[in-house]
Design a protein around this ligand. Structure first.
Ligand code: CA
Length: 230
């Protein structure tokens, strides 16, 4: 998506300017903010296609910035987190951030994450009744699932789980988010999720060690893969 607008909210000047230079060289339009409050103001003015959001900011936290953006907007947010900042990173993902990069990260990795964040390939548009990607087809009207044309029989829970993952393809989904969405607000036991995930993976013939569809994010949750369009 050449020409896409990227808002960078990052208080470290060197990283901020390096990111801008690199993204501009790759055809993106970039705006910079050095703290959370100006980041939110810039978000409203610039209407970015994707936000790169540092979590440790001098005024309000990146988690709070994420929460405020998510009140009214679905704009993809990729958080930039420091090593050892697991808890804050998970909080940001729980508040609706799409993905994270742990500093220091490579520019190739950054570009790949931005492309995924911009793609939204799993979302259903108005009037569409099927999700199709990478050989998987979910017919949401008939509630049927097929891989490479062969039907896969799922329990209602497995189906709901798969549909939730696939409609959020590319996005890191935390254990609490998945439990809330698939089982309901009162569920907090990740063992229930782990069991259903094992069964789902087995039925999809998806090997966790070499996944085709569902990636494990250790200690955080899961992510449905976005197939390469190239
Ligand atoms: Ca910082």
């Amino acid at each position: 998506m050449s020409g896409a607008r990227v808002l960078i909210v990052e208080d470290e000047p060197q990283l901020r300017y390096a990111l801008r230079r690199y993204l501009e060289e790759n055809g993106y339009a970039v705006r910079l903010s050095e703290d959370g409050a100006s980041g939110l103001t810039e978000f409203g003015a610039f209407k970015p296609d994707v936000v790169l959001l540092d979590l440790m900011l001098p005024d309000i936290s990146g988690v709070e910035v994420c929460r405020q953006i998510r009140r009214d907007h679905e704009t993809p947010i990729v958080v930039l987190s420091a090593m050892g900042d697991e808890r804050t990173k998970v909080q940001a993902l729980d508040e609706g951030a799409d993905d994270y990069l742990t500093k220091p990260f490579g520019m190739d990795e950054l570009m790949a994450r931005i492309r995924v964040a911009l793609r939204h390939s799993g979302s259903l548009r108005a009037g569409e009744t099927a999700i199709e990607m990478g050989g998987l087809r979910i017919d949401v009207a008939k509630r049927t699932v097929a891989i490479d044309g062969a039907e896969v029989h799922l329990t209602p829970t497995e189906y709901t789980l798969l549909k939730y993952l696939a409609t959020n393809a590319g996005k890191v989904l935390t254990h609490p988010m998945i439990l809330r969405s698939v089982w309901g607000a009162e569920y907090t036991d990740t063992a229930v999720l782990r069991t259903a995930m094992n069964q789902l993976r087995a039925k999809l013939h998806d090997d966790p060690a070499a996944p085709r569809f569902i990636l494990t994010e250790p200690r955080i949750g899961y992510r449905f893969t976005v197939p390469d369009e190239s």
